[in-house]
Design a protein around this ligand. Structure first.
Ligand SMILES: [Zn+2]
Length: 81
């Protein structure tokens, strides 16, 4: 009977210790689980067409001799004149 009381007491102490600890450990786990935010999309450089001054991403712009253009026609037009 004595052992039963002692074991139940130990169980209760252990349970209290665990329930008291859980929020902290949960937060720690949450903190460590937090991944770095997904890297934002790389900033796109916006350029203006030298002919019509329309703004477009550099990746879509056509590079000519004198600058960047929105389309082949404007690049041709700029190279002519
Ligand atoms: Zn243009």
């Amino acid at each position: 009977m004595k052992y039963l009381v002692v074991s139940v007491l130990l169980l209760v102490i252990f349970w209290l210790w665990r329930s008291k600890r859980r929020p902290d450990s949960y937060q720690v786990n949450k903190r460590s689980d937090r991944r770095p935010p997904p890297s934002p999309a790389l900033p796109t450089e916006i350029v203006a067409c030298d002919v019509c001054h329309v703004h477009l991403p550099r990746s879509e712009a056509l590079t000519g001799l004198a600058g960047v253009y929105c389309c082949v026609a404007h690049r041709r037009q700029a190279n002519k004149g």
